[in-house]
Design a protein around this ligand. Structure first.
Ligand SMILES: [Zn+2]
Length: 337
């Protein structure tokens, strides 16, 4: 009888002990992995996600490096780490970085599907042609050592936590334009590039843009410098500085950018003046003072689509990535591809 009781006690004891051993051994594995991470600088920096996502025909993309003409094959989200970390400061809010990750993913898919520019590659790393991109090591080297790990992990988190998501309108990926600072109001593309525009790209107001250094800038030119810059494109340009309205803003856009400006004998668009004079945006005012012309410029970039500082400002006000995206792109949906 005593033996039977002893067996029962043993069996019941085993039932409690076995699961405990199991749990403990899992914890040990985790602890070892964490220790390895701490001890190896290489492993501190989060590698690509372990969670794979089936992007079907977009699982890998061919990236053209403009500097040497080489084409590199990368996983889509791995490519996006290099885009997001190149396009948006890592100290921006995580929700803003997530919005940027979705915008970059959408832009990439849109380019591949409808606006492919390169024969042997899907996209290139030149921001003036396709989309900016930076190699991981180069990115890490440019950050201070004390923020290197947290910055990279934040970028990886922003991309991985939005895995699969793109912005669509009528079930198609949108042409997800973005820029640095809207100056408080974004712009319809028709006012920037002409054409018929896109229904999801409207001028929208964003509070908080003025709190960023990208909001305000000044450019001062001498009258001679000013004239020679205009003459580079228009050799027959003349201006009589004694005339009271020798420069006059004739019309502004819905986004408060200069639409048309009369300068001497020329009527130019604000966009053209921005390019000719190297201003940060087409939202400007001017003062003629003695021999100089001073331009006060509001905002940074073309103003179309998502403003990056606006995204950060909205995130600081408690908005999530979905609210941020739907603020800047009208009547869109966020869908998994
Ligand atoms: Zn390109």
């Amino acid at each position: 009888m005593r033996k039977i009781i002893l067996y029962i006690v043993l069996i019941v004891g085993m039932c409690f002990l076995i699961p405990l051993i199991g749990v403990h051994s899992f914890e040990s594995v985790d602890t070892v992995a964490q220790e390895e991470n701490v001890n190896s600088n290489e492993n501190i920096i989060q590698e690509t996600s372990n969670t794979e996502y089936d992007y079907r025909e977009y699982n890998t993309i061919k990236l053209l490096h403009k500097s040497n003409g080489q084409v590199e094959e990368l996983k889509l989200d791995e490519y996006l780490y290099g885009v997001v970390s190149s396009e948006m400061p890592a100290d921006f809010e995580l929700e803003a970085l997530k919005a940027q990750a979705i915008v970059a993913r959408t832009y990439t898919i849109y380019k591949i599907k409808t606006a492919k520019k390169h024969e042997n590659a899907d996209i290139c790393d030149d921001s003036t042609c396709c989309q900016a991109w930076i190699a991981k090591q180069e990115r890490l080297d440019r950050w201070d050592e004390n923020v290197r790990e947290s910055n990279w992990n934040k970028i990886v988190t922003a991309v991985n936590e939005t895995k699969g998501k793109i912005i669509t309108y009528n079930d198609e990926p949108i042409n997800a334009f973005f820029h640095s600072n809207s100056g408080g109001m974004t712009e319809a593309p028709i006012n920037v590039w002409g054409g018929s525009g896109y229904p999801y790209l409207q001028a929208v107001a964003t509070p908080g843009e003025e709190n960023y250094t990208q909001y305000n800038s000044e450019v001062t030119l001498t009258k001679l410098e000013f004239e020679s810059k205009i003459k580079e494109k228009y050799p027959d340009f003349i201006i009589d500085w004694n005339e009271e309205k020798c420069i006059e803003i004739l019309e502004r856009t819905d986004g408060n950018r200069v639409k048309t400006i009369k300068i001497g004998n020329k009527n130019l668009s604000g966009i053209e003046v921005r390019t000719l004079l190297g201003l940060r945006s087409a939202n400007f005012e001017f003062i003629i003072e003695n021999e100089n012309i001073k331009f006060n410029v509001i905002g940074y970039g073309h103003g179309v689509g998502m403003s990056q500082t606006g995204a950060d400002s909205l995130a600081k006000q408690g908005k999530n990535y979905e609210e941020i995206i739907k603020h800047f792109y009208t009547d869109v949906e966020i869908k998994n591809i």
